[in-house]
Design a binder for this molecule. Structure first.
Ligand code: IPE
Ligand code: IPE
Ligand code: MG
Length: 246
């Protein structure tokens, strides 16, 4: 690896609170090895477990990962089925282990399109998570940024129609609070793996001022060192939020 001998001295005072990751490249990882795509998704799930613990060690408060988009249903039934089976397995096994380790698990996205046993397992994990106070991992499942905004608009429109909210009283916070990520600070850092440089409908509202880090590493190969590299670059950037340079 190119960066093998590089070491990244992270500044504990400038740690991001929230990192979001587009975990991309599972299929290419498998194809490169002559394996079926589902083997890439399995290796990707193992990478996620590794990165959850790495993020916890680094002291992040929130980690949001893109696991399945509203557009991913377009893939073959075989691939979608393999991803859902993997999800089932992880929900019932690993996610419970994460919660035991004081990690809060939270799912964002439109859950009603998921199989009912998966919805039940999600509800159970989120319930168990409520008594935990460690890092929160938000897993985006059947998630699309536009779909999330659409659902938020419906929610707000209903409140105005019911006379609970005046249209003139709608603020940016009203919108933030109607999203799946309500109560979570916006991600300071957004990482995408696999060399693709696009957002693919992830967290459209929340990334208004996020810093972006694109890694050529395929997701199943992503490790703590690469996460540290991303945070290091983030810490060495100047965030201006539209203001003047000092
Ligand atoms: C990301 O890896 C995982 C999901 C989208 C579910 P991909 O499956 O998109 O892998 P590539 O991009 O085809 O390599
Ligand atoms: C984004 O990756 C979705 C996830 C990582 C879950 P995709 O592989 O689906 O995105 P595109 O099709 O390359 O934009
Ligand atoms: Mg992809």
């Amino acid at each position: 690896m190119l960066y093998e001998n590089e070491s990244f001295q992270l500044n504990p005072e400038k740690m991001p609170k929230h990192v979001a990751i587009i975990m991309d490249g599972n299929g290419r990882w498998a194809t490169k090895r002559g394996l079926p795509r589902k083997a890439g998704h399995k290796a990707g799930a193992e990478a996620l477990e590794r990165i959850i613990y790495a993020a916890k060690e680094l002291g992040l408060e929130h980690l949001t990962v893109y696991a399945f988009s509203t557009e991913n249903w377009k893939r073959s039934a075989e691939e979608v089925g393999a991803i859902m089976d993997l999800l089932r397995f992880y929900l019932k096994n690993y996610f419970k282990k994460f919660v035991k380790d004081n990690i809060r698990m939270h799912v964002i996205g439109e859950k009603s399109r998921l199989d009912t046993d998966i919805q039940k397992a999600i509800a159970e994990i989120e319930d168990l998570s409520r008594e935990k106070n460690g890092m929160t991992v938000h897993v985006a499942l059947n998630y699309g940024g536009r779909d999330e905004l659409r659902r938020a608009v419906t929610k707000i429109a209903r409140e105005t129609a019911d006379g609970m909210l005046s249209p003139d009283a709608i603020t940016e916070d009203t919108i933030s609070d109607a999203l799946d990520t309500a109560g979570t600070p916006d991600p300071e850092l957004m990482i995408r793996t696999s060399g693709e440089e696009r957002i693919s409908n992830f967290l459209l509202w929340q990334i208004a001022y996020s810093e972006f880090f694109f890694s050529d590493t395929l997701w199943p190969d992503f490790d703590k060192k690469e996460l540290e590299r991303a945070i290091y670059y983030y810490q060495n950037r100047e965030r201006r939020f539209g203001g003047r340079l000092k």
